[in-house]
Ligand binder design. Structure first.
Ligand code: PLP
Length: 487
């Protein structure tokens, strides 16, 4: 199952392609490049025929786990299947051949796409306007917080605190800190939802906003959202929604209608741009009417020119927080999200959320046989189990269960998050999995629970079937070594 390094596969003199003689100018290239920039010896590159290069990378891709191979139940990450038509459209020459500085009048199609995508996102979340600039969810959070700051500044109101609920994604307090706010953690109650009593206590006059994730990272809908909204707004604070979990809400309910002032979306989660591995993402931000003047520039606007729609970029927004990104954000991701939404239509978008919810509840009902659910409530699009029973009774930890899942051919769920659940196993199946796949995953999880009971050593020593066995994770992150031996 191991794959040799491409350098070890190299054999002197083998060639993939033969380059013709370059015909730049009238002289040979060696004479065009100043002598001091010329190599004195050939670069140490592997020498292989094209066929061997292709096979090498295909074999590597087979060692990798990816969503095109099997279910990827990573909670809070929405690893849904990404329809290939999204990649097709984003690779169309009309888009890839664009230059970011080309004149507006020659970029009408791309500007229209961005304008219409922001309109669709605004409609889905019930917000007045949306910026597409931020490059990730966390970047959207930072953008949202800077908008909140600018809003309070414009009123001359000094507020230096942001409230974040303790089940929130780690990016929430991190974004708050980057924007120079003090973060105050609000407790969850015994139900796993925001503790209203604790919120009241912490909602002082210096609070700029409450950051809330709805549904929260336990997959639970914040039922008291109307009470929370009133408390926050009566205090002169704003309400921020971490909308990474929009997969549970689309077409059913809208953050804007719940009274949220700012929301970020994750196009690379809900709106099906491939993610993982740190590739380009997109975290648009939607705002309510009173925050529109502060949105980043350029704003993409539509005008009517003698009955003809014209799209333009407006840099002239005196109250804007400025740019959050070079040019317009990660455009290829925007094309994917646009395609996804146009393919689905309004009914399709609603079905996505309905199916995400029913898949999560179905899978949960199957796993309850062997695993603890610390907050026993019907869930939205994901749920969070605890491996406490396995740990207490058999000394098998959640990490061991996650490792053993790899032997069954599944990617592990998110583990040890959110922090309020001990031995957390956070599972999000998404709407794109069939009942058969959900059953296969449930059976693997139940089989592992049996192994923990009857043969704990097996689970503790897993994975056994993967190309690389159990890694020392602490060493791997503290002493990262990704260079090839001998290079
Ligand atoms: C993924 C996620 C984020 C952060 O998004 P990135 O694109 O990874 O920066 C924030 N909050 C929640 C709830 C998330 O699931």
């Amino acid at each position: 199952m191991k794959e040799a390094l491409i350098f070890d596969l190299s054999r002197k003199g083998r060639r993939g392609i033969c380059l013709g003689t370059p015909d730049v100018g009238s002289k040979p290239v060696e004479q065009l490049i100043p002598e001091k920039h010329l190599r004195t010896e050939p670069a140490s590159l592997p020498e292989l025929p094209e066929s061997e290069v292709v096979r090498h990378f295909i074999r590597l891709s087979n060692l990798n786990y990816h969503v095109d191979k099997n279910m990827y139940p990573l909670g809070s990450c929405t690893m849904k299947y990404n329809p290939k038509i999204n990649d097709y459209t984003s690779a169309l020459q009309g888009f890839t051949g664009m230059h970011p500085l080309q004149p507006e009048k020659t970029a009408q199609g791309s500007l229209r796409l961005m304008y219409e995508l922001s309109e669709m996102l605004a409609e889905i979340a019930g917000m007045a306007a949306v910026t597409l600039q931020p490059a990730a969810g966390a970047h959207g959070e930072l953008t949202g917080i800077l908008l909140i700051k600018k809003y309070h500044d414009s009123l001359g109101s000094k507020r230096n605190k942001l409230l974040v609920v303790d089940s929130a994604h780690g990016t929430n307090p991190a974004s708050a800190a980057i924007a120079n706010y003090d973060t105050i953690s609000v407790n969850s109650n015994a139900e796993g939802r925001t503790d209203i009593g604790d919120l009241k206590e912490k909602l002082t006059a210096d609070v700029a906003a409450l950051m809330l994730t709805n549904p929260n990272t336990l997959g639970l809908f914040e039922k008291d959202i109307q009470v929370i909204e009133k408390l926050v707004h009566d205090n002169g604070s704003l309400l921020y929604m971490d909308g990474a979990n929009m997969n549970a809400l689309m077409g059913i309910t809208r953050p804007g209608d719940m009274g949220f002032d700012v929301v970020h979306y994750n196009l690379h989660k809900t709106f099906s741009a491939p993610h993982g591995g740190g590739g380009p993402g997109s975290g648009p931000v939607g705002v309510c009417e009173k925050l529109v003047p502060f949105l980043p520039v350029p704003a993409i606007e539509k005008t009517d020119e003698n009955g003809c729609e014209r799209f333009s970029m407006n840099m002239d927004k005196p109250q804007s927080i400025g740019r959050m990104m070079n040019f317009y954000g990660n455009f290829g991701v925007l094309v994917r999200a646009y395609t996804y939404l146009r393919m689905l239509g309004a009914d399709g978008v609603k079905r996505v959320s309905e199916n995400a919810i029913i898949n999560a509840n179905y899978l949960l009902s199957r796993l309850l046989e062997k695993y603890e659910l610390p907050y026993p409530e019907p869930v939205m699009h994901e749920f969070c189990l605890s491996g406490d029973r396995q740990k207490k009774q058999h000394n098998v930890r959640t990490l061991d269960i996650a490792k053993r899942l790899l032997d069954y051919g599944f990617h592990a769920p998110t583990i040890y998050f959110p922090l309020i659940v001990s031995e957390a196993l956070m599972i999000e199946p998404t709407e794109t999995e069939t009942r058969e796949t959900l059953d296969a995953f449930a059976e693997a999880m139940l089989a592992i629970a049996d192994e923990a009971e009857n043969n704990p050593e097996l689970v503790l020593n897993s994975p056994l079937e993967t190309p690389v066995k159990r890694l020392d994770e602490a060493q791997a992150s503290r002493k990262l070594n990704i260079s090839c031996p001998g290079c």
